[in-house]
Design a protein around this ligand. Structure first.
Ligand SMILES: NC(=O)C1=CN([C@@H]2O[C@H](COP(=O)(O)OP(=O)(O)OC[C@H]3O[C@@H](n4cnc5c(N)ncnc54)[C@H](OP(=O)(O)O)[C@@H]3O)[C@@H](O)[C@H]2O)C=CC1
Ligand SMILES: CC(C)(CO)C(=O)C(=O)O
Length: 288
């Protein structure tokens, strides 16, 4: 049986830990204590009672570490790694953005697997999560990516390798950068039905497309319209993770979702006024 440690028991970590615990030995490395996991998935309620650790000093080596904290908590999450990483342990960085491979520099590149996850989920209480639909995972081709795909076999998470991970990451960033409109308006995915807001979303995505192409991703012009359509088809009450952070008064992944477009745009001489402006507005907003 594969030993898997999941760092972070939030929306993504809790959901993945519960699904993996059906077939693997799972340890949850949590900051806030919790008793167990209960996931309200589209077809069923999934329960799991993995071993829960709250002290990095208690961690011992596992086969896989899945890190699922927010990007702004990477430094704190790294405190778990000395205990969890043995000579053969692989680290999957399951976070939004396009810089997953750079966030845990102490782990050798060949043992780090960047992961793009599409899995809308919201945490309602410690260990209690609403999973809005079945999810997908994309990882780069190669032995480590294939091993991660095998880990998720038998779960509702459709894990696959891709020969062009950069494109996959930038396509997901296109969705995420546009999600800032939900946090600013404090409205769930249904806000995309407002045509004025949809036009702002398209503008954010067009900037993302320009910078992503300069970084080597293959992104069609129609992606701007597609992002709006996908958001309109999401569960209308679906709250994205940036919006969830804002209303909870937590830090936000503004740099990973919008700031990175501004930063890399500057590198390539591409103007990104919408991402810059909206990130500044949300960054300065007082949480509700
Ligand atoms: N939610 C979603 O629908 C999606 C999210 N993502 C991405 O996935 C990543 C995770 O997001 P999400 O699950 O929503 O985030 P959450 O805020 O729900 O969960 C993050 C978890 O990390 C925990 N954590 C923080 N620091 C530590 C630490 N040092 N040790 C252990 N645990 C720690 C938090 O603890 P505490 O309980 O104390 O807060 C929290 O439980 C983000 O990059 C996000 O953008 C991607 C796709 C969809
Ligand atoms: C697009 C979405 C909502 C689900 O995958 C997401 O990535 C997030 O909430 O951060």
């Amino acid at each position: 049986m594969t030993r898997v440690a999941v760092i972070g028991a939030g929306a993504i970590g809790g959901t993945l830990a519960a699904w993996l615990a059906q077939t693997h030995e799972v340890i949850v490395c949590a900051r806030t204590p919790l008793a167990d996991l209960e996931i309200e998935a589209p077809e069923a309620v999934i329960r799991a009672t993995p071993r829960i650790l709250t002290d990095p000093a208690a961690a011992t080596p596992v086969d896989w570490v899945l890190t699922t904290t927010k990007t702004y908590d990477c430094a704190a999450a790294a405190a778990w790694l000395p205990g969890l990483m043995g000579p053969g342990t692989r680290l999957a960085v399951i976070q939004n953005g396009v810089e997953q491979s750079e966030r845990f520099p102490t782990v050798p590149a060949e043992r780090t697997v960047p992961v793009i996850i599409d899995l809308p989920a919201e945490r309602t209480a410690p260990g209690r999560i609403v999973q809005r639909r079945d999810g997908t995972i994309l990882v780069p081709e190669g032995a480590a990516g294939e091993a991660l795909v095998a880990l998720f076999a038998g779960t509702v998470i459709d894990a696959q390798t891709t020969p062009d991970f950069a494109t996959a990451a930038w396509r997901k960033l296109a969705i995420n950068c546009s999600g800032i409109v939900s946090a600013i308006t404090r409205r769930a995915a249904e806000v995309a039905n407002d045509e004025g807001i949809a036009e702002v979303m398209r503008g954010l995505v067009r900037e993302c497309i320009a910078v992503g192409r300069a970084e080597g991703a293959t992104l069609p012009d129609k992606l701007a319209d597609q992002v709006v359509e996908w958001t309109r088809k999401a569960h209308p009450d679906s709250v994205n993770s940036l919006h969830a952070d804002f209303v909870a008064g937590r830090p936000m992944e503004l740099d990973a979702r919008n700031g990175v477009i501004v930063r890399l745009g500057e590198k390539h001489g591409i103007a990104t006024p919408l991402n810059r402006a909206l990130a500044a507005v949300l960054g300065a907003a007082v949480h509700p």
